[in-house]
Every structure is written in C-alpha cells, then in structure tokens.
Design a protein around this ligand. Structure first.
Ligand SMILES: [Zn+2]
Length: 198
C-alpha cells in the first residue's frame, strides 16, 4: 500500500504538477489559501478532492467528528494563523454522512480518549434525542440530524472564541459556513449559510 502512495506521487508529478508548473512554483513561494476547512478525519472526505480544489486553496484542520474544542490549543493556533496571518475570510465546518464519530456519540463508546473527545459534542445529542422522540425518527434519520446539529453546535463554539469576537468588533470576522458532505452521493449540502456578521 505504501508503494502505491509513492507511485501515485510519481503520477501526480507527471500528470498534474509538471503540467501546471507555473501554478505550483507560485504557491511554492508562499501560500495564500482562501478557505479554512474544519472537517472530520474520515478518509472518505478529502477536502481538496471533494471540492475540486488545487493544493494551495484550503487551510485544513481535521479531527474525529469535526469538533471545535474550546480548550484545544491546536485549533486555537490554527484559527489564529488562518484568520490573523493568512487573513482567510471563509471558514467551513464540514460534517459528513455515515460519520463513525457521530455514531459513537449516539451509541456511546468505551474507549478512554475517544469518549472524552466526543463529550464536546454531547449538547448536539441532547437536542436531537428530544426531536427524535417527538418525531419518531428512525436511527438513520436521527444520525443524519445529529450530523447536522453537530455542525451547528461546532459553529456556535467557533463564534465563542475571543479571537473571532475581536475580529467581529473590527469588522474582520470570517463568514462561517456549515456543510454536510454525503459519502453516498458526493454532494455537499449547506446547513448554515455563512455571513460576515453574527
Ligand atoms: Zn466522520
């Protein structure tokens, strides 16, 4: 499998890199991505591929279940670099169908660290539990709703960062978009329309 990756790199150089040499030499001198992508680590949701984007377009943070954790220095540093230094004005929080992390939030997990991590999204489950009872949702309908509700919750978390609030005061807040990618159809559905003001 590792050999396939290295062979794939040779094909990338031959069919993509060398064909667009000016572009790749340009981004080699410095990146100026236009979007910050906060997505799930799931191997089926490669942001460049599913959005038809070239390298150099999207600055990326991915973790299990596309969570925005308040006390995570990693995401805080990424936000600061993306928004203050790279001056990115669009942030996408992208969930996806058949997300194992979301199923684990619904079903509960025994693992130590995964369970702790997923607790950050537990507010979404409480809301969806109530709706599922009211509307008599199937498990699949409930999971799809939880995927969307988790995106909304993580956007709320983002909006609470002092960094974002301070940018908002200066009129420089990014638009935060909420999307769900379907691993069954390849389509992206907009859940939250991004706005420059909150
Ligand atoms: Zn996932």
């Amino acid at each position: 499998m590792i050999d396939e990756l290295l062979n794939g790199n040779q094909r990338f150089i031959a069919t993509e890199f060398n064909h667009h040499l000016d572009y790749y030499q340009g981004i080699a001198r410095g990146q100026s991505p236009t979007v910050l992508w906060i997505g799930c680590s799931d191997s089926r949701v490669s942001e460049d591929v599913v959005t038809g984007s070239k390298p150099g377009t999207i600055f990326v943070h991915r973790n299990i279940a596309n969570i925005v954790a308040y006390n995570d220095v990693n995401i805080a540093a990424i936000l600061e670099y993306a928004l203050v230094h790279l001056k990115i004005r669009d942030v996408v929080v992208c969930g996806h169908t058949r997300c194992g992390g979301i199923a684990a939030i619904e079903d509960g997990v025994q693992e130590n660290y995964i369970a702790d991590w997923l607790l950050i999204a537990s507010g979404a489950k409480e809301k969806v539990d109530a709706l599922a009872r009211e509307r008599h949702l199937t498990r699949e309908q409930k999971l799809n709703l939880l995927i969307e509700e988790n995106v909304r919750l993580q956007i709320k978390h983002l909006e609470q960062f002092a960094l974002i609030k301070n940018l908002l005061r200066k009129g420089e807040a990014p638009a935060i978009h909420g999307w769900v990618y379907s691993v069954e159809t390849g389509k992206i559905k907009t859940i939250v329309e991004g706005k420059r003001t909150m």
